[in-house]
Ligand binder design. Structure first.
Ligand code: PLP
Length: 386
């Protein structure tokens, strides 16, 4: 019997999740309705946020956050060079320009010194990314932002369940807004889905308005007198970013399982750490700053490909033959043709280049069992040194 294929990440769905979805399909509301605020309430409780606004994916969460922050043409937003393209694209959606900060070569996390060096008259916001689930130095980022009155939007697509200096990521203690993704590889899934958390009442109102075509539905907010109960007003341009009741029901069910998922991810990370200590030319990515507690979204390792005389493409292909899936997180965003075309480059980003050259994500997800972890490490050792 051949071994089952181990992807780098995947969802964990059980009967309780399936029941929650089926029950919603039999109910009155497939979108809007009670399942949406129910999910938002559960999420708020988990992350200690004052408001959580559910949206249709993590990219929309970033887009809505940029729109609510009032970022627009002429504005610069500092984004790490190592992240998923969505962390930068959101700035473009609202007409601003991302400016790419360098990262620590061993952790991949945004370098506060690099952020400081990129500040200009046009800088409006910073989007730190808690890469791999590990919080960035939020104290340093918050200090830079406070001195210049900048907005901070945490991209926490990887970091549901992480904390920094005792603050759960999402309570926005160090920032204005925090965004999440519920794509199947993330900590919890709704299929597609996302959310923005904030402690700011005015931002929460704006986020709900952006999510719903830019509509205002309460009389206190109207510019014109209301002619009757059918009335709503569009005062700004918004989008349809709503998350359906079906997705939200799955999200609430998944959130009830989050603590178990996180405990399993921590155990897997510990096992990898122990086993990899004896594999030459491989080391786990470095821990984050002091006080950072990771949620272990991904399990990337840094490999000295030159040292073992194999290319990354070769290693990935041979691991795939051994039924082990891996991925590279991420291709530096400023090296993407779209951004090169706009004048961006890898110049001044040696940390990002060094991280990208060595990184490879090994399988990490809640349903991965100890024997799978052992098999991954054995396969990696064999491919690199066999
Ligand atoms: C997944 C992800 C996103 C986008 O989330 P989607 O739900 O896929 O739109 C944004 N930023 C980071 C860092 C991500 O990993």
């Amino acid at each position: 019997m051949s071994d089952t294929f181990l992807p780098y990440g995947r969802q964990s769905i059980d009967e309780s999740d399936i029941q929650a979805v089926v029950e919603t399909l039999r109910s009155e509301y497939l979108t809007t309705g009670p399942k949406v605020p129910e999910f938002e309430r559960a999420l708020k409780q988990h992350i200690g946020a004052r408001h959580a606004v559910a949206v249709d994916n993590g990219t929309s969460a970033l887009h809505a956050a940029c729109a609510a922050a009032g970022i627009g043409p002429g504005d610069e937003v500092i984004v790490p060079a190592i992240t998923f393209v969505a962390s930068a694209n959101c700035v473009r959606y609202v007409g601003g320009e991302p400016v790419f900060a360098d990262v620590d070569p061993d952790s991949g996390l945004i370098s506060p010194a690099s952020v400081e060096a990129l500040l200009s008259e046009r800088t409006r916001a910073i989007i730190p990314v808690h890469l791999n689930g590990c919080p960035v130095d939020l104290e340093a980022i918050a200090a830079i932002a406070r001195a210049r009155d900048l907005i901070v939007i945490e991209d926490a697509a990887h970091a549901l369940g992480a904390s920094f200096k005792g603050h759960p990521i999402g309570d926005s203690f160090y920032s204005n807004m925090t965004t999440y993704s519920f794509h199947p590889v993330k900590h919890i899934t709704t299929g597609e889905g996302g959310a923005v958390a904030t402690h700011d009442d005015a931002l929460a109102d704006k986020l709900r308005c952006v999510r719903d075509h830019g509509l205002t539905r309460t009389e206190e907010g109207f510019i014109n007198p209301s002619p009757g109960p059918w009335y709503y007003e569009q005062q700004v341009l918004g989008h349809n970013m709503r998350l359906s009741a079906i997705h939200c029901a799955l999200g609430t069910s998944q959130l009830a399982r989050l603590e178990g998922f996180l405990a399993r991810r921590r155990a897997i990370a510990a096992r990898y750490g122990e086993l990899l200590a004896s594999v030459e030319h491989v080391k786990p990515v470095a821990d984050g700053p002091e006080g950072a507690s990771s949620a272990y979204h991904l399990y990337p390792v840094l490999i000295d490909f030159k040292g073992c005389g194999k290319s990354r493409a070769e290693v990935m292909a041979r691991l795939r033959d051994l039924r082990v899936g891996t991925q590279v997180h991420y291709i530096p965003v400023p090296s993407q043709p779209y951004y090169v075309e706009r004048g961006h480059s890898m110049e001044g980003l040696p940390g990002a280049a060094a991280y990208y050259a060595r990184v490879l994500s090994l399988p990490m997800y809640a349903d991965l069992i100890d024997e799978d972890v052992d098999r991954v490490v054995k396969a990696l050792d064999k491919v690199l040194h066999g």
